[in-house]
Design a protein around this ligand. Sequence first.
Ligand SMILES: Nc1ncnc2c1ncn2[C@@H]1O[C@H](COP(=O)(O)OP(=O)(O)OP(=O)(O)O)[C@@H](O)[C@H]1O
Length: 350
Amino acid sequence: MLTIKEVEELLGELKDPILNVPLKETEGIKEVKIKEEKSHISVKIAIGRMGGQEQLDLQTKVVNILKENGAETVGIRFEELDDDLIEQHRGSAGSETENNISDGNTEFIAIASGKGGVGKSTVSVNLAVSLAKQGKKVGIIDADIYGFSVPDMMGIVEKPGVDGEKIIPVERYGVKVISMAFFVEENTPVIWRGPMLGKMLTSFFNEVEWGELDYLLLDLPPGTGDIALDVHQMLPHSKEIIVTTPHPTAAFVAARAGSMALHTKHEILGVIENMSYFESENTGQKEYIFGTGGGEKLALDLEVPLLGQLPLGQPEWDQDDFAPSIYKKGKISEVYEEIAERIISETNEK
Ligand SMILES: Nc1ncnc2c1ncn2[C@@H]1O[C@H](COP(=O)(O)OP(=O)(O)OP(=O)(O)O)[C@@H](O)[C@H]1O
């Protein structure tokens, strides 16, 4: 029969399914009890997050290992690791992911919103293009797994290439793009859940040949529901930008996205207010169609800067270079460039 130390050693090699770090490093094996006469071993294991297929898979592995080594019956209890341990090891799992992306200097920036339709995807793609215009190496992951729109917004019609085991992202306006849209047939709805979602995101990080990147932007699912929370938790350590419209109620809802970012230990870089006003081309007069003050209030509440206010307006694109949501000239593209400059200086300072 195994000793307590042997059980700890055997199980210590298994990886925490959320943090991807061996249990011996996360101090995840909390307790081992052995009843010699009944060949029974019971263990208490702490992992990054409870529930889901990942926990069931780990449970099966633990039972199999212990039974292969002489236990007749096995008891397992799970609990969640302490926040500070999760934080500590999320960092190391994150750097493992980053290594697959570049030399480890990539800044991850997730773009979130409290609800749909506020322009989160529009802001993500335009910020990516503006950062690339400033000479940065930029990638974007359309992590809005169920409502992907990035390729369409950027006018991408081709699919990514494949090189051996690696996926080559599509490049447009100097930005490397990967999206769920590339992997589903003809805009069909995606009904993948929990574990599949995780596998998809992980492969977006690990199986894509990103090369060297300064910034990897992630267009998150809107809102603060389960899917958004799942994606937040699966992300490597990233900074976050919250997009809102100027109406105080929209900002109130967006504050929840801010709380979610903080809850998942993502530092908030700032707030972007979209659809802030309409400016008449004829008179130059500004009309605050959706109210005022939302972005400012949200930034104050979250104690972060208001990175910029984007007016209403459609991009002017030409038929030869179709990209329905990319602002290439005019007032809005200027605001995007200012925000990109600001992001570069904020992220360089830290
Ligand atoms: N500043 C703007 N002026 C005019 N239209 C805008 C502006 N920003 C975004 N839009 C339009 O608003 C609609 C919603 O934008 P977008 O899809 O980017 O929002 P979203 O927050 O990502 O939504 P969801 O997450 O629900 O997909 C789009 O039709 C987009 O073209």
